[in-house]
Design a protein around this ligand. Structure first.
Ligand code: AMP
Ligand code: MG
Length: 488
């Protein structure tokens, strides 16, 4: 690859070649005193960037929003979305896309600044983000990557030297987010509602070219495209369920076409297993509770189908029929991804009809005992049932024997079972109290070492190393359940 400059910037701006309704050219708003606090050197290198040179002034200026890097063309993207079920116009109100970094191997990644100031889509907002929530997004997105779950990544956090006003004055920051793209279900809803059929076609063709190029020549490629997105989301949400991740705001504007997890606001991992778990303080109805995530995924994808309808068939009745048929496949796809993942979590290599029952039985016992989700599977992986907190329970010992018998009915050694379980059950997750502790040290004491250590442990959650053990302990039981807040 030709080194375009000493920093490795290699921008293309294909999104800005789409119909004009899709974006507004918008520079980030300058900040007073940028100070670089986190920089993801490994990620930078994988993008073809020169991490060493970026650690100096360029990185701080660019990732704070004060300098536009060579070749970039900053835009705020337009989109709409169903928020808690209600359709509304949105758009990047506090983010700008600098452009798409094309890596040495030819991959393309959006480089987006979040918290970079007001844009034409800001409505009443200030366009800014507090430091704490940007650190939270950095930690959780990198943890998701470590867990092997498709996700946007975090390249840098720069403090702005300016306060942002929420309930109190807080230090402001800009997060640099890297994603396969920022195409959302809400982007299509926006064009379907306010654009022409040509606009919609241009957007769909762009999405296909960017994420599913193998489909370009296919017959009825728009329906095939829709099915692919359904499949990616079924796979993604199954992965969330398998590690106890709760997104918290599964609005259609936060659901990507690429199949990556995006927008880490009030998300959190559950400790004790309870399917009804909700962390977000604004989700009063529990719409986005753990157990509802698959059904909400399918609901969002139905909104996506509605947006694409005019491309499926010239006859709208037939288009609806086709859309329903594909949307209807979601539940089965999801269940099969989930079941395959649960088999792996239990060390099961082959398939038996009763596996589903065996799995559901365990989950029922875990719920009764309020057993910790991650640590239960960790204890089973380490062959230490006595560490599950359920071992005195007759129901559990009966289940354990049936599970052992099931394992004996496959032609696999103990080592095979252990290896499969180890790579399917994380030893550590970003537990809420650990995440809070890291953010607190960074925000109140400018002590970044707590977060550095946490990030290191979370970068390889299947390693089962000794230094991970301290991160497996549970928070002290407190009277109030853990809550996350959307006011970011
Ligand atoms: P989110 O809940 O992060 O998915 O954001 C929903 C919408 O609110 C998006 O259009 C954001 O751009 C917008 N938004 C969130 N916070 C702000 C802010 N501080 N200023 C302007 N717009 C914002
Ligand atoms: Mg969002």
């Amino acid at each position: 690859m030709t080194q375009h400059n000493e920093f490795g910037w290699n921008f293309d701006n294909s999104y800005a070649r789409l119909p004009e309704m899709l974006y507004e050219i918008t520079d980030p708003v300058q900040v007073r005193a940028p100070e670089s606090v986190f920089f993801n050197k490994t990620l930078a290198a994988s993008l073809g960037l020169n991490a060493e040179n970026l650690e100096n002034a360029e990185g701080m200026e660019v990732f704070g929003g004060n300098r536009i890097p060579e070749g970039a063309l900053p835009i705020a993207q337009a989109y709409a979305g169903h928020q808690f079920g209600n359709f509304t116009m949105l758009g990047d109100g506090r983010a700008v896309l600098l452009g798409e970094q094309v890596t040495p191997s030819g991959e393309r990644f959006d480089i987006q600044l979040k918290g970079s100031g007001r844009t034409p889509f800001s409505r009443g907002g200030d366009g800014r983000a507090p430091f704490g929530p940007m650190l939270r997004e950095y930690i959780i997105s990198e943890a998701m990557h470590g867990l092997g779950i498709p996700t946007s990544r975090s390249l840098a956090v720069v403090k702005t030297g300016e306060p942002v006003y929420r309930e109190t004055a807080l230090p402001g920051a800009v997060l640099t987010r890297v994603a396969a793209s920022h195409l959302r279900v809400g982007t299509f809803e926006y064009v379907a509602n306010w654009g022409t059929k040509e606009d919609l076609k241009a957007l769909a063709d762009y999405a296909i070219q960017r994420h599913f190029p193998e489909m370009e020549q296919q017959e009825n490629r728009y329906l095939a495209f829709y099915e692919k997105v359904v499949e990616r989301q079924a796979s993604l949400i199954a992965k969330w369920q398998l590690v106890g991740f709760i997104h918290g705001v599964m609005n259609t504007d936060n659901m990507t076409i690429s199949g990556e997890t995006i927008d880490y606001g009030p998300c959190a991992f559950m400790d004790e297993y309870d399917p009804a778990t909700v962390f977000s303080s604004i989700d009063v109805q529990g719409r986005y509770a753990y157990q509802n995530q698959p059904a909400i995924g399918q609901w969002n994808l139905a909104r996506f189908a509605e947006a694409l309808l005019s491309l499926f068939h010239t006859d709208q009745d037939q288009a609806v029929e086709l859309a329903q048929e594909v949307n209807g496949k979601f539940a089965k796809m999801y269940r099969s991804y989930w079941l395959a993942g649960m088999r792996e979590k239990l060390g099961i290599h082959n398939e038996e009809a009763d596996d589903e029952t065996l799995i559901e039985e365990l989950l029922t016992i875990m719920k009764e005992h309020e057993a910790d989700f991650t640590n239960t599977f960790r204890a089973l992986t380490l062959d230490k049932p006595e560490e599950t907190t359920m071992d005195k329970d007759e129901g559990f010992s009966g289940w354990y024997k049936r599970w052992q018998a099931r394992l004996d009915r496959q032609n696999k050694s103990k080592t095979d079972v252990y290896e499969l379980m180890k790579k399917s059950n994380p030893s550590v997750i970003p537990r809420n109290h650990r995440v809070e502790e890291a953010i607190e040290a960074a925000v109140s004491k400018e002590d970044y070492s707590v977060m550095e250590r946490l990030l290191k442990v979370l970068s390889d959650p299947y390693a089962y190393t000794a230094d991970q053990e301290a991160y497996t302990t549970l928070p002290e039981k407190c009277d109030r359940p853990y809550q996350t807040f959307c006011g970011t």
